[in-house]
Write a protein that binds this ligand. Structure first.
Ligand code: KG4
Ligand code: ZN
Length: 336
């Protein structure tokens, strides 16, 4: 088959990103323009500002992405875009831009689910081996998924309340750390010891997760100690929280590995950038002697390379979107 070059666009939150992905696994060119510094002033992403900045930057990101590659617009096989889930105004900018490119250059349009994109970050420079077990951990998701083939998802378990990334962000806030919280908790925990006894998230044998109890416990602990005039050992609390939350993830992964025969274990989503998770999941994979895939850090957080990788199986199956494609703020990976 002729080489397939997909131009992928991601704008679901506060990153304007584009990539040219060859045959679903080689990154020809990759650009991420982050708005993080702007939103940090407000302590979180401001949707109105995010969509306005996507509009201002998207053409420049395309020019930059094309300039960095040897591929010309005429050689592109298809245009892929994140259409859900995410901030509606942000998604809309990417979707309309993709439709315009598709129309002007007469290229097929491919609609990609953002969460599936995170999973396919593991298909970059790697051949996914099915059946596989995927741990998806991001700002909106904490899912344990069994994949028997491309786009064949069985959700074994999910969070019953908060996503782990959300929990990281709230803990960061109460510790007085800047947005984005997760990476800062991760960094601070390096200087600390696991000395605060914290409740285990859920102590059951399902594949579900629950993080709201742990989150509330940390928040209450900080408030109570502050009211009593006691000092919080922030780095120790960050470490204790991190160990408790991540150990719960790896415990559930182990449980699934005991009950399902899989060829590969993968992790995906923003929280897969977490150092402690990367170390601990490697220990699990070694113990079970199973192939492990962890995306490179730049493909863990939001990026268009993963969208190009996720679009490739759809391209092969000719699953193209029409021009009435609309963004959706919410969608699960099993939505049709
Ligand atoms: O996947 P992502 O970029 O966006 C969503 O699709 O939700 O994930 C963002 C989440 C945020 O909650 C952020 O704090 C968290 O991932 N995150 C981390 C780390 N890097 C990003 N959490 C813990 N440790 C990290 N190193
Ligand atoms: Zn994401």
């Amino acid at each position: 088959m002729k080489d397939v070059y997909i131009l992928a666009i991601e704008s679901s939150c506060d990153e304007t990103s584009m990539a040219i992905v060859k045959n679903g696994r080689e990154i020809e060119s990759f650009t991420v323009l982050s708005q993080m510094d702007v939103h940090a002033e407000f302590g979180g992403v401001v949707p109105e500002i995010a969509s306005r900045m996507h509009t201002e930057n998207i053409t420049m990101v395309l020019e930059e992405t094309l300039k960095k590659s040897n591929v010309k617009m005429e050689e592109i096989s298809a245009i892929a875009v994140t259409y859900a889930p995410g901030l509606l105004g942000s998604l809309l900018v990417g979707v309309e831009f993709a439709k315009t490119l598709s129309l002007v250059y007469k290229k097929p349009l491919i609609a990609v689910n953002h969460t599936i994109g995170h999973i396919y970050a593991n298909a970059i420079e790697n051949t996914l081996e099915f059946p596989l077990l995927a741990l998806v951990v991001s700002g909106g998701h904490t899912d344990l998924i069994l994949m028997k083939g491309d786009y064949d998802f069985e959700i074994l378990g999910s969070t019953l309340d908060d996503a782990i990334g959300e929990c990281y962000d709230k803990v960061a806030r109460v510790l007085g750390l800047k947005y984005p919280g997760g990476p800062n908790v991760d960094k601070l925990s390096l200087e600390g010891e696991d000395t605060y006894p914290l409740p285990k998230p859920v102590n059951d044998s399902t594949y579900n997760f629950s993080f709201s109890g742990l989150k509330s416990h940390v928040i209450n602990l900080v408030h109570n100690e502050t009211q009593r005039g006691n000092e919080i050992r922030k780095s120790d609390l960050a470490k204790s929280f991190q160990v408790t939350a991540i150990d719960e993830l790896t415990r559930k992964v182990e449980l699934a590995l005991q009950n399902y025969e899989v060829k590969e274990l993968i992790i995906a989503g923003g929280v897969s950038a977490n150092r402690y998770l990367r170390e601990e999941i490697k220990k699990v994979a070694d113990r079970y002697q199973i192939k492990l895939s962890i995306p490179k850090i730049e493909y863990c957080t939001d990026n268009a390379a993963m969208i190009g990788a996720a679009a490739y199986p759809l391209y092969k199956q000719k699953k193209f979107a029409s021009f009435d494609l609309n963004p959706k703020s919410q969608a699960t990976i099993v939505d049709k």
